[in-house]
Design a protein around this ligand. Structure first.
Ligand code: GLN
Length: 482
């Protein structure tokens, strides 16, 4: 990642990023807010320090995009939800504070599915972000804006949150790297909570090497988030060196998976075999419970986390209410998106007395089976290579009115969230129609560093693809037509 120096000013880098952000905004709808004024001010401060030979951080002047569910006072934090539209945060998330302490400069807040509920960015109150390869297709979600900002080379990195795939799936849909770290690696403090037992903060980059630096800077214990792990990046999971055995999940190899996704996996497996790796076929039957368990556990946590939005403490309050209960009802009715409401209802249902044992408790047991199954798998192999999602980017509007079809998008991404494992989406080429294809590398807890290094090795050992989008002619594209 290029950082500011006497030869390359922070101002040049930031201005270039802002220019690109504005240029692509109309077609792709990447940002909820572009941080023009403040970013320029910060760039000037860094350049001044460099001029005076003062020490600057490891990300000096590096422009980055922030998923709009990370709190910081700049530009408010909407989580792409109407209910937070006017909200200005009094706090700064730990991840943002750590990035900015090293000199990184936020140039914009990126679009997401409201409250990160979704797999396409279509559940955003502000409308969808478009795919970087095809304007008629979804960017993926929920961190669609961040993935596209990196894919279009506006910024070298962007933040994301991954509760059930929201970093890896949009990364795969846009041909960039997307890291969902081990649960507890990065602080959740100051990020709008979705499902607290699976929420993970992470990053999108075009270069796997950059992930190493970003993890070094941001991972670690935070007194403000008691689930954070101490000394995280200093204590990598020990592998027999070098990583040799790669697992593939037989249960994911079926007709529900797009043929080009299966072919991409088969190609990578052959490349790894040719490079001397042993391929271990895994039977993981408990993974078939993962999607159902996820869509019980996470809505239960969503219902609880979203109960704080009552029209009293936060931004939006419905105008025409005569009583307190009317105020709650109208505010929540007008402020949440349909998908938010669906999850609140499902969550309260599965937690309600009489249904708790049948749903929540059963899902919690399935979660334990899934954790056990991964533990057993990692006795047989070092890392697992799997698809991120059953298909490449789908068409805008194709699934948004069919919640079950949208949930099925997550069938391969949610299992490792339930188990708290790290997963890295890696770009592996394109379909015959030019859509991005991605796979994920999954490892044991605390193996994040090894996964990143393995990805680096995979990307550099093999013919390197140019993941930068070809942007020529973008300005001539109108209204989603090719
Ligand atoms: N698509 C998943 C969902 O809608 C994941 C979302 C996320 O990771 N934030 O729950």
């Amino acid at each position: 990642m290029k950082t500011a120096s006497k030869a390359l000013s922070a101002m040049t880098m930031v201005k270039e990023a802002l220019e690109k952000a504005h240029k692509y905004q109309e077609d792709y709808h990447i940002f909820n807010f572009i941080n023009d004024v403040d970013a320029i001010k910060k760039a000037a401060e860094i350049d001044e320090k460099i001029k005076n030979d003062e020490t600057v951080g490891r990300l000096a002047g590096v422009p980055y995009a922030l998923k709009d569910n990370f709190l910081s006072p700049e530009g408010g934090t909407t989580a792409s939800a109407h209910i937070l539209e006017e909200f200005t945060s009094p706090v700064t998330s730990t991840v943002v504070a750590k990035l900015e302490a090293e000199g990184a400069i936020m140039i914009g807040r990126t679009n997401l599915d409201a409250f990160a509920h979704g797999s396409s960015t279509e559940n955003s109150y502000y409308g969808p972000t478009k795919n970087s390869k095809d304007l008629e297709r979804v960017a993926g979600g929920s961190s669609g804006g961040s993935a596209v900002a990196v894919a279009l080379d506006i910024v070298p990195f962007a933040t994301g949150s991954d509760t059930g795939g929201s970093i890896r799936q949009p990364a795969a849909f846009n041909g960039v790297y997307g890291l969902k770290p081990t649960y507890g690696a990065l602080s959740r403090y100051g990020v709008v909570a979705m499902g607290s037992s699976t929420d993970c903060m992470g990053f999108f980059t075009r270069d796997p090497e950059d992930l190493d630096l970003l993890m070094e800077i941001t991972a670690g214990q935070d007194p403000k988030d008691l689930t954070t792990l101490p000394d995280f990046y200093g204590q990598n999971h020990e592998f027999d060196d070098p990583i040799k055995k790669i697992g593939i999940i037989r249960d994911f190899d079926n007709d529900a998976v797009d043929s080009e996704v299966r072919a991409a996996l088969a190609r990578k497996v052959e490349e790894l075999r040719a490079a001397g790796h042993e391929i271990v076929e895994l039977d993981m039957p408990a993974l078939k419970y993962a999607l159902a368990a996820y869509y019980i556990i996470v809505p239960a946590e969503v219902a609880s986390n979203l109960s704080r939005h009552d029209g009293i403490r936060y931004a939006f309050r419905s105008a025409d209410s005569n009583t307190l209960s009317e105020l709650y009802e109208n505010t929540r009715n007008e402020g949440f998106m349909p998908e938010n409401k669906r999850r609140i209802m499902i969550g309260n249902f599965v937690l309600s007395s009489g249904f708790y044992d049948a749903y929540y408790l059963k899902a919690a047991k399935a979660r334990t089976l899934i954790i056990d199954e991964y533990n057993k798998a990692f006795e047989k192999c070092d890392l697992i290579l799997a698809p991120v999602s059953p298909n490449p980017a789908f068409k805008l509007g194709e699934k948004v009115n069919d919640p079950v079809a949208m949930y099925l998008e997550d069938v391969m991404s949610v299992p490792l969230n339930l188990a708290g494992l790290p997963g890295l989406a890696i770009p592996v080429g394109e379909t015959k129609d030019g859509l991005s294809l991605g796979l994920q590398l999954v490892g044991p807890r605390r193996s994040d560093q090894s996964i990143i290094r393995f990805a680096k090795q995979m990307c550099c050992d093999q013919p390197h693809e140019d993941h930068h989008a070809d942007l020529s002619g973008v300005s001539t594209v109108e209204g989603g037509e090719e």
